[in-house]
Ligand binder design. Sequence first.
Ligand SMILES: Cc1cc2nc3c(=O)[nH]c(=O)nc-3n(C[C@H](O)[C@H](O)[C@H](O)COP(=O)(O)OP(=O)(O)OC[C@H]3O[C@@H](n4cnc5c(N)ncnc54)[C@H](O)[C@@H]3O)c2cc1C
Length: 452
Amino acid sequence: MLGAGVAGLVCAYRLTQEGHVCDVYERWPGLGGQAATLDVGGGDLLERYYHHLFTSDRHIVALYDELGMGDELEWKPSSMAFFLEGRQWAFNGPLDLLRFGPLSPPARLRMGLAVLLLQKRAKDVAPFESITAREWIEKRMGRGPWRKVWGPLLRGKFGARAEDISMAWLWSKLTLRRQLEGDEARQELLGYPAHSWERLFDALRDAIVAGGGRVLIDRPAAALRRGDAGDGFVVTAGASGSFRAGHDPHGFAHASEESYDAVAATVPSDVFAGLLDDDLRTAIGGDYLGRLAATEYHTALCLLLELDRPFSPFYWTNIADPEVPFVGLVEHTNFISPERYGGRRFLYVANYLEPGHPLLALGEPELLAAYMPGLRRVQPEFSEDWIVARWLHREPAAQPIVTVGYHRRIPPLQTGVPGLVLANTTQIYPEDRGTNYSVRLGTAAAKALLKT
Ligand SMILES: Cc1cc2nc3c(=O)[nH]c(=O)nc-3n(C[C@H](O)[C@H](O)[C@H](O)COP(=O)(O)OP(=O)(O)OC[C@H]3O[C@@H](n4cnc5c(N)ncnc54)[C@H](O)[C@@H]3O)c2cc1C
């Protein structure tokens, strides 16, 4: 298994359940991939990137139950806002939409109605696969909602590619997640594990190890080839500390080799392509490699601040003001009580950026300096004195760019080489990637591997 994110750990766990012994290679010195945690001090663990669950996330809930950890998940009311025109506008349900000043009253009604109709009637993704979200929104809701709400939201996630994003992606966001009923129609409930995501990773690791496997952190795959007799595979492991060299496996010093009957890779598409030798590239073939090369990702750039006081009243603020150089503020301790962290408060300043964006080159003090005017725009009293500690993380393969026709370019789980499977976030479709879908993907990858 290559990668100890959610998909890799779940895949190895499923294979272990079937009686196979799995080694898991992981580049980072910790488990969980994009959902990995860090110790923010005092033994408190927090995800490097803000994480929560939706009530529609049934695969991961079922996994917690299966592992006897159902009690870990707590469901709490969330609070969401939009920042534009100089203030935060609450945006939690239909009533807030009716009060949403940046849109005219008819535009608010039309937007609400369009979402409602989509949720009630559009049960199939197919009609939305050949149209951009922008085209659909402008047609069904009007230009105002695109300019003030959806355009900024999509630009937040997809940057300059916002106008090319497929309506299929937005369809799934609006229909799968937000079919909220009962009390949830007024205020959405979100889930969070009582002890962060880490316990889930530990439980999966323990099960893999109990089955005779190994979970090797700070031990990336540096290369992959077929066995000398033409059967099985040889994984070349990178030296400890390779993660400091970046993500490209060509930059890793080789440490050791090990042979396996089969390999499931859960690493990003570009990393997977970089692992293959010429023989494997030929065996996989041009069509599959072309799909890997066509993958576009945006990088998550996430500044986590520990503050000595609350920043705003909301958990989640979407920034729709073009003058502000980040896309979201996620105030974790407006969702999970600061008491859990000994009274400490945490705010994520979120960004998704295209590769090569100048903000990605900045260190943490420079980035904070670049963000300060934007932070003050949202909270005019904010000053650096409020900051107790800060951490900066960058994830290059954070967000696959889902443009029109995306479904035709998705690489299948089966690479075409018997015993070699690829399972990563680019194959999650039409849903937005998330830990829930990586649980589903990990299970599907194990099945695909057993079939080859
Ligand atoms: C900013 C941000 C916010 C998010 N918020 C949420 C949220 O609120 N809720 C939610 O459910 N999901 C959220 N997600 C998405 C979620 O974290 C991911 O979809 C999910 O964790 C992906 O799991 P994965 O195993 O498929 O991939 P990854 O987590 O990317 O796992 C791939 C693993 O492969 C490893 N790897 C890379 N190269 C090598 C190599 N050469 N050898 C070995 N290992 C290697 C990586 O280190 C990583 O551990 C968020 C993601 C980001 C970036």
